[in-house]
Design a protein around this ligand. Structure first.
Ligand code: ES4
Ligand code: ZN
Length: 313
């Protein structure tokens, strides 16, 4: 089925094989002797245990060519899953703090996106995420650096460690981003409470909520999401791997669908969480019993939830 992937961290598509190849090319040393031992480290107890390894592995990404190779590998993989459109996150603060210029990051990702679209592969747009645990002042400085690249971006988002970092703290930087013509989305309700989803909607004014699964704890919030048709970018395999949800069989996506929420299915950090986007659909079919009709609704939701509708081709 044709589908869009709307919750995908491009740095989270770094497979161990590519990580070691880039490490060798750039003279960077990883803490692990080989790909198998790195893969064995992919046993996470929560979001923060994942983020530590995810940020560590990013050290191998240094040049425009590295970002191009990373995104090209992902886009080829996504094409095989029927993905026609990707709105990919990246973490500018992580790269800038390592001395990698924003122009190299964005240049490499854009080059891969242009080649993909020109060859009939997925169309790709970029969403720059602020790291919420670094706070609103750092986010504002990042937006200043992003401003000259605004024409190369679809929008801004908010990611990283959630609990203790409410979306409302970022109200000013999100309104400034909209002033630059950028779309806005935010991670909320992954590990954090339903109140953070309310804040993302009412204080940040986001167009989509990333994860949002803890919305099922608040009937009034479910009503609001359904009434507004606000898309949620749900990532089932991620939620299980990070222990936000016990198993696919008990995933709250069933409750979200029953409440009429505009749900989409996505992979988040597929190299780390054991599956790309089609694997997430297949897991919902196999372990939650979603039928073909429901999977088709989820795929249609994803295409309708794109921030920019891709031109017909
Ligand atoms: C992330 Cl699963 C998740 N949550 C929050 N921030 C992230 N960055 C990459 N993956
Ligand atoms: Zn995410």
């Amino acid at each position: 089925m044709p589908k869009a992937e709307l919750h995908l961290h491009i740095e989270g598509t770094l497979e161990p094989e590519l990580a070691f190849a880039l490490a060798a090319r750039n003279g960077v040393t990883l803490r692990y002797p080989d790909t198998e031992s790195l893969r064995r480290a992919y046993a996470f107890s929560d979001l923060s245990s994942f983020l530590a390894l995810y940020y560590e592995c990013m050290a191998v990404l240094r040049t425009e060519r590295d970002f191009d190779d990373l995104a090209t590998a992902y886009l080829d993989r996504a094409r095989a899953d029927g993905v026609t459109r990707v709105e990919m996150f990246f973490d500018p603060q992580m790269h800038m703090s390592r001395g990698v210029p924003l122009s190299e990051v964005i240049g490499g990702l854009r080059a891969a996106a242009a080649r993909s679209a020109a060859s009939g592969g997925p169309q790709a747009g970029l969403i720059a995420c602020f790291l919420r645990d670094l706070g609103p002042a750092a986010a504002a400085a990042t937006l200043d650096a992003l401003a000259e690249h605004a024409g190369d971006l679809l929008g801004v988002g908010l990611d990283s460690a959630e609990v203790g970092y409410p979306p409302g703290d970022f109200a000013r930087v999100f309104s400034d981003a909209r002033g630059l013509g950028l779309h806005t989305v935010a991670h909320a309700g992954e590990e954090g409470p339903p109140e953070y989803v309310w804040e993302a909607l009412d204080v940040l004014g986001v167009e989509r909520v990333d994860h949002g699964i803890r919305s099922v704890e608040d009937p009034a919030l479910l009503w609001r999401l359904a009434a507004d048709r606000t898309p949620l970018t749900v990532c089932p395999l991620s939620n299980v791997r990070l222990r936000c949800v016990e198993a696919i069989a008990s995933h709250p996506i069933a409750t979200l669908l029953e409440a009429g929420v505009n749900v989409t299915v996505n992979s988040d950090d597929p190299a780390y969480f054991g599956g790309y986007v089609a694997d997430n659909y297949l897991a919902l079919a196999a372990e939650l019993g979603l039928g073909h009709d429901t999977l088709a609704v989820l795929a249609a939701n994803s295409l309708a939830a794109c921030l920019d509708h891709p031109p017909a081709r």
